[in-house]
Design a protein around this ligand. Structure first.
Ligand code: GLP
Length: 245
């Protein structure tokens, strides 16, 4: 694992987007795995700038997203489909038909999960997967569990995740309680992983996930076993690991 300490949130985005952009410059047909949440927004802002300046061309890039809330229509302003359009896709020259977010309104979720895995295979797998980090150590929506879920699946969100996401909804009852997410195996198959994390509130989980035992109780801890992971964070998120990076 490589740790990069950035100056601040904007600098996290600048550094993460540099990695994604170099991938796209080297291979214009790259497959990017993308994430939602507040952590990757500055990364997307820098990707948008790189596209506007002509540095990065996304015309032939394909994307697959980590997860989606079950029950939210893509047009819902808190759906991850909507998030991706608002925060990235509509600002860059990507072909929207080449982007994919799992469906939160499938009539057959078992089939949607299998189709999603097959889609990732059919595009040749993920070159770089961007990740955030949940307060309880979740990646995508892989919540703490007894085992590492391997493939794309539906999950019940934990109370802590529902609470963390409450700020985006009018009231707690509006927060979806289920999600569809890539599995830990799906994420671990990405050839490179870039995780962005900021703020004091993540300091404890950063230490546990990356310097504690590998355990499905802290899903992100599995990243310790991946051969090519870059963790980009600010001084606050890295405050408990300063002397080890
Ligand atoms: C959400 C998402 C994750 C995200 C995480 C952290 O629930 N499903 O993909 O990484 O929680 O979110 P944030 O970056 O807003 O702290």
């Amino acid at each position: 694992m490589v740790f990069i300490q950035a100056k601040d949130y904007d600098d996290i985005g600048r550094r993460a987007s540099s990695i994604l952009i170099s991938q796209v410059i080297l291979n214009k047909k790259s497959v990017l795995g993308l994430a939602t949440g507040s952590s990757p927004i500055s990364t997307y802002q820098h990707m948008i700038k790189a596209n506007a300046s002509g540095l990065a061309d996304f015309r032939e890039v394909k994307t697959v997203n980590l997860d989606e809330y079950v029950g939210l229509d893509p047009a819902h302003n808190q759906s991850y489909f909507y998030f991706m359009n608002e925060n990235l896709f509509k600002h860059i020259n990507i072909d929207i038909a080449q982007t994919r977010v799992p469906s939160g309104i499938s009539k057959d979720f078992a089939k949607e999960c299998v189709d999603y895995e097959n889609h990732i295979k059919s595009v040749g797998g993920v070159d770089i997967q961007l990740l955030g980090l949940g307060h309880n150590g979740h990646i995508g929506f892989n919540e703490p569990a007894e085992d590492f879920p391997v493939t794309t699946h539906c999950v019940d969100l934990t109370e802590s995740t529902i609470s963390a996401n409450e700020r985006f909804f009018e009231k707690r009852e509006d927060v979806p309680t289920k999600a569809i997410t890539m599995g830990i195996g799906t994420i671990m198959k990405a050839r490179k992983i870039v995780l962005v994390v900021n703020g004091e509130a993540k300091a404890d989980i950063v230490e546990k996930a990356f310097f504690g035992p590998v355990t499905p109780n802290i899903p992100a801890s599995v990243l310790q076993l991946h051969p090519d992971v870059v963790i980009i964070g600010d001084a606050q998120a890295f405050s408990k690991i300063q002397n080890r990076i």
